[in-house]
Design a protein around this ligand. Structure first.
Ligand code: NAP
Length: 286
């Protein structure tokens, strides 16, 4: 029997703790603040950003959405980031992907004050993640949220075989690092992987983050595996679906996240959690 992982319920638990942490900080005179910068008119990005803004406000945080035209130049964007770097009411800066082609993403990553890097994209943080460095630092929110979900459902990666399909900086690579740090034996697969389906079927924990609707079906899943579907895709009818065919996974997977209602709410909850942590750490900077 396949059990559905309730991402909304786990996200609520994280959000409840965040709300308490926000109240404690506000009592000390610090209101955690986040700015999400969106360049251009990508409809999916606009929906994510609206959801992030609503959640931040609901949790009592200071939330700014900075919508910029798709003609924004590199210099203009860097100047805006610089202004938020200097703004004490902002603890987390997120620049929403995708960015228009005139913008150099690595330069944007490097322009954000690392103390406000809510995605944990700065190479120093990536280095800490890969070396399993002790202490507090931000880690990409989607994979971090997935680790919280696994823990909540009693899935300990230690000794398990994990396969991560997708090698992006925002999901696949940090996911593989977190699973490695949690003592799983990890394979990263991608568009050049040979016999992807056979590789997927070796996984006790299968994380799929490709953006290809229904890439993985029940036949590709090891019986009893935990399946985490990161994809947010549209099927031929325009319906939101994942990278995994949820229906054919029934009766094969042990645990599976639905789309929607799985990884999505956890990403937003973890983003808020990280922003509050950055606010907490802001008076303890080294
Ligand atoms: P991305 O940057 O486009 O990366 C996609 C990855 O999938 C790449 O590594 C690519 O391989 C691999 N891939 C593409 N086609 C493949 C195929 N046919 N077989 C095997 N691997 C293939 O995407 P992303 O930002 O990681 O996002 C992935 C998906 O997750 C998207 O649907 C996105 O909307 C969703 N997402 C959801 C959340 C959430 O909160 N729910 C958060 C972030 C992303 P190559 O490297 O070889 O090109």
């Amino acid at each position: 029997m396949t059990k559905t992982i309730d991402g909304k319920a786990v996200a609520k638990k994280v959000n409840d703790a965040t709300q308490v942490a926000v109240s404690e900080l506000v009592a000390q005179g610090i209101q955690p603040g986040i700015v999400v910068i969106i360049v251009g008119e990508d409809p999916a990005s606009k929906i994510y950003v609206r959801n992030k803004n609503r959640k931040a406000e609901k949790l009592g945080m200071h939330s700014v959405v900075r919508q910029l035209p798709d003609t924004t130049t590199q210099a203009e964007l860097l100047a805006i980031i610089e202004a938020y770097n200097a703004d004490d009411s902002i603890h987390g800066i997120l620049v929403q992907s995708p960015l228009p082609k005139q913008i150099n993403e690595p330069l944007v990553t490097m322009a954000i004050d690392p103390h406000k890097d809510v995605d944990g994209f700065h190479p120093a943080y990536v280095g800490k993640l890969v070396t399993n460095y002790p202490g507090h630092y931000p880690v990409a929110n989607t994979p971090r949220g997935i680790m919280t979900m696994l823990k909540e459902y009693g899935v300990d990666p230690a000794g398990k075989t994990a396969v991560v399909i997708g090698r992006s900086t925002i999901v696949g690579k940090p996911m593989a690092a977190l699973l490695t740090n949690a003592n799983a034996t990890v394979t990263i697969a991608h568009s050049r992987t040979k016999d992807l389906k056979a590789v997927a079927k070796t996984a006790d924990i299968l994380v799929v983050a490709t953006g290809i609707a229904h890439l993985i079906t029940g036949d590709d899943i090891k019986p009893g595996a935990t399946v985490i579907d990161v994809g947010m895709d549209r099927d031929e009818h325009g319906k939101l679906v994942g990278d995994v065919d949820f229906e054919s996974a029934q009766g094969v997977a042990g645990l599976i996240t639905p789309v929607p209602g799985g990884v999505g709410p956890m990403t937003i909850a973890t983003l808020m959690q990280t922003t509050v942590e950055l606010a907490k750490w802001s008076d303890k900077r080294e």
